[in-house]
Design a protein around this ligand. Structure first.
Ligand code: UFG
Length: 326
């Protein structure tokens, strides 16, 4: 059985990937500093180690204690706005932390890594759908940290035979289909959980950031991909390492507007969502959706969730259950 280290496995996408790997007979070691992650999101079948990318001793302990075959690396800060206000935090944790991880892997002879990258590495889109050949000019420090890490992987691959796949996610959404785990950020900034909280009455309303975009209903379009489809892609990427290294988009290829998300949430919950119209949010392109041919061709990946209502339904099931989980 293959032993996989999941760095950041207590976070949103990490915890779903841990569950998926365990369900598919992998042995999983989770390392997380629990700054944003939740210990109770970590599947009980996994081993857990408290470790931090910037604490090299704690990283070494992981590789000393377990014979790791490959790493899946989610451990990053991901708030775009915070990255503009406090870039040091992002360059230090995301970039320096990843170099620490790679160097520790090198010292212990571990050559395989799958990494959480993002469509934010593309910057302002020049055409749509976005394919992997699109130029990469990220417009914020968060996106730049992810691009730098992709470039570091490429250099390490040439110099030290690192085998890597960087998965460029579009908008991760939804929760486990059995509602055992789901999205729980603090602070929460993502559209779907905020809409569901407004419906539940936990927030006064959802603010729609901009209604004058050049889109059919004037609101921004994004590609929402179910978190279990992301988890599946990580396993397929792990299984592909050795015969392919590079960067791959992960999206459904379908765009959904902010208003369409709100409508889906109202349909799923049977309740009205209180809405406010607000100014555009800085740095939001009108539309972003993926060309996902490479994921299909190289990984043999196919998203199981293609209807936004089904995705929102899983998020709603989780929202209803979450208060008893926390
Ligand atoms: N939105 C609102 N109101 C809100 C929150 C969001 O109208 O209260 C809108 C945004 O303007 C955007 C859409 O809903 O058009 C989705 O916003 P999210 O904040 O949920 O997601 P983003 O598309 O901004 O961010 C995602 C990832 C980031 C990544 C980025 C890449 O969460 O990590 O895609 O563009 F950097």
């Amino acid at each position: 059985m293959k032993k996989i280290l999941v760095m950041g496995g207590a976070g949103y996408i990490g915890s779903h990937t841990v569950k998926h790997l365990l369900d598919n007979d992998y042995e999983v070691v989770v390392a997380d500093n629990l700054i944003y992650g939740h210990l109770n999101a970590v599947d009980k079948r996994a081993s857990f180690i408290h470790a931090d990318l910037l604490d090299t001793i704690s990283l070494q302990r992981v590789f000393q204690n377990y014979k790791i075959d490959a790493v899946v690396h989610f451990a990053a800060f991901t708030y775009v706005g915070e990255s503009v206000e406090n870039p040091e935090k992002y360059y230090y944790n995301n970039v320096v932390g990843t170099v620490n991880l790679l160097n520790t892997m090198k010292n212990y002879g571990v050559k395989k890594i799958v990494f959480s990258s993002t469509c934010a590495t593309y910057g302002e889109p020049k055409y749509m759908p976005l394919d992997e050949k699109h130029s990469q000019n990220p417009i914020n420090p968060y996106g730049r940290t992810k691009l730098m890490i992709e470039q570091i992987f490429s250099d390490y691959a040439k110099a030290y035979d690192l085998e890597y796949i960087a998965l460029r996610y579009f908008n991760a959404a939804g929760a486990a289909s059995d509602a055992s785990i789901g999205e729980d950020h603090n602070p929460e900034t993502h559209l779907i959980p905020l809409v569901l909280k407004a419906i539940k009455g936990e927030r006064a309303s959802i603010k729609i950031f901009g209604t004058d975009y050049d889109t059919p209903d004037g609101t921004c379009i994004r590609d929402y991909i179910h978190v279990e489809d992301l988890a599946l892609a990580h396993r397929l990427a792990l299984e592909k390492l050795g015969s392919y290294s590079g960067c791959i988009n992960l999206g459904t290829g379908v765009g959904t507007s902010v208003k369409e998300i709100i409508k889906a949430a109202e349909d799923v919950s049977g309740k009205k969502c209180p809405v406010e119209y607000a100014e555009r949010r800085a740095g939001d392109p009108a539309r972003l959706f993926a060309n996902n041919s490479k994921a299909k061709d190289i990984l043999g990946w196919q998203p199981k969730y293609n209807d936004i209502k089904d995705i929102v339904q899983t998020a709603w099931n989780w929202e209803l259950k979450k208060s008893s989980w926390i």
